[in-house]
Design a protein around this ligand. Structure first.
Ligand code: FE
Ligand code: FE
Ligand code: ZN
Length: 283
């Protein structure tokens, strides 16, 4: 089973790989810089060769890059839109240099416009970014549905993909917290959710699965992650999805060979539960 967590890329790919190894992970996810801005170091400074060597020696592979969340391909503002497109083009180059095949992207938010406008804008943007030479998959993430977020259901993601020319370069990243918050019953009927996904988009499109608990009830549209199976005494709060449901998901026949990434909260600035969560979920 391929399982890891979000790790820090400050200090380059080598430090990211070492951090992942300390959690007994065999994969990981990084932001190529701060998640909340688009400032990035040049590729030469990312310590890629050292990182790749360490990964090979420690059986770590299939790593994932997450695009920063301020990127909004649905924006009607020309500067925001152009920034998103230019950033993504460069992120594809960085991701390729790092040796990762997957960029996770939040589709975007339509803000003052309409859902249809947003979907059109996102697919047009992806059409400007994707070429025959694009190596990594752009994995659109399933969203919780807060504000005007696009991708809160499978139909919206399908509508984007339908308008993209190079559909073979598009993948999907499922996020358990987001699915639950957007109203899918992954606790009692995960198979039903997967069948529905398969009919609309196709299971083979799933490349990455974000494994998170949720601090809220199904359908709450909040997007606040919880530690896996956390009870009330956890300082970050109780997980409403629960350990059994998440365990069932990572061992689901529908998700065999997919890449599982934890984005669960840190308890304080020094403590996370990634190592324990990975061990519990491996079973
Ligand atoms: Fe995300
Ligand atoms: Fe996520
Ligand atoms: Zn989230």
């Amino acid at each position: 089973m391929k399982i890891g967590s979000h790790v820090s890329m400050s200090g380059g790919l080598i430090n990211a790989a070492k951090e992942a190894h300390s959690y007994n992970a065999n994969t990981f996810m990084i932001y190529t810089g701060a998640p909340q801005n688009t400032k990035r170091s040049p590729i030469e400074k990312l310590k890629i060769e050292e990182g790749k060597k360490f990964m090979e020696e420690h059986n770590i592979s299939d790593i994932v890059v997450h695009a920063p969340y301020i990127i909004n391909l649905a924006s009607y503002k020309e500067d925001t839109y152009d920034l998103a497109i230019n950033f993504l083009k460069q992120e594809i180059d960085r991701t390729t240099a790092i040796g990762s095949d997957y960029i996770v992207l939040h589709p975007g938010s339509f803000t003052d416009k309409t859902l249809e406008y947003g979907i059109e804008r996102i697919s047009n943007g992806l059409n400007q970014v994707l070429t025959d030479d694009t190596k990594p998959f752009i994995c659109l993430e399933t969203m919780a549905g807060k504000g005007s977020e696009i991708g809160r259901n499978f139909e919206e993601l399908k509508a984007i993909i339908d308008k993209v020319y190079k559909k073979e370069k598009i993948g999907i990243c499922l996020d358990t917290c987001h699915l639950h918050d957007s109203g899918y019953d992954i606790i009692n009927d995960f198979d039903g959710v997967m069948n529905n996904f398969d009919k609309i988009i196709g299971i083979d499109k799933i490349k990455v699965v974000h494994i998170n608990g949720s601090l809220n009830k199904c359908g709450a549209k909040k997007d606040r992650h919880a530690n896996i199976g956390a009870t009330e005494d956890n300082p970050k709060g109780k997980d409403f999805i629960g350990f059994d449901a998440i365990y069932n998901i990572v061992h689901s026949k529908y998700l065999k060979d997919k890449i599982f990434i934890l984005e669960t909260p840190w308890l304080d600035t020094k403590t996370n539960l990634y190592k324990q969560e990975i061990a519990m979920l491996r079973g």
